[in-house]
Design a protein. Structure first.
Length: 154
């Protein structure tokens, strides 16, 4: 006989893949309440709690504790990254994606997230730091006047 908490988790995972974040939050919440020691349940519940209800502190603690418990599971870092990215913390999100990729270089969802984030172009003046005023100004000008294919915008 299957575990009720696992059934709730499976339902939540299905709803999450379908884009139903609110339904997934409810299902993951039930799974987490039935087995709060399960790191996967805690991580997915934390992710949905942060995205749906915008409760960063609580969701971050849930996801972080799950990642500490299952530090070898790349999905824990993927959830942490998605949580941070949803709140606009791109640097931390990328850091967690890279950590997950170190554990499993072939993890498809992590590779897709990294690809979707894109790659920063090189600074215009490579001999100056990226944050230097001239690099920032020339970078904005380049963005305004150069198309993604490298041709000049008219």
């Amino acid at each position: 006989m299957r575990d009720l908490a696992q059934d709730c988790f499976d339902r939540g995972h299905f709803l999450l893949q379908d884009g139903n974040w609110a339904g997934a939050l409810e299902a993951f919440g039930r799974a987490h309440s039935k087995d709060p020691s399960n790191a996967r349940f805690r991580s997915y519940y934390g992710l949905c709690l942060g995205v749906v209800e915008r409760r960063y502190q609580e969701s971050s603690e849930l996801c972080s504790s799950a990642a500490k418990q299952e530090f070898f599971n790349p999905d824990m870092y993927l959830n942490l990254a998605r949580l941070h990215l949803s709140f606009g913390f791109k640097t931390e999100g990328v850091r967690f994606l890279r950590r997950g990729r170190m554990i499993d270089p072939g993890h498809i969802e992590i590779a897709n997230e990294l690809r979707n984030l894109g790659q920063r172009s090189q600074p215009v003046l490579a001999f100056l730091p990226r944050g230097h005023l001239l690099n920032r100004w020339f970078g904005m000008a380049r963005t305004a006047f150069v198309r993604p294919d490298g041709s000049l915008a008219a």
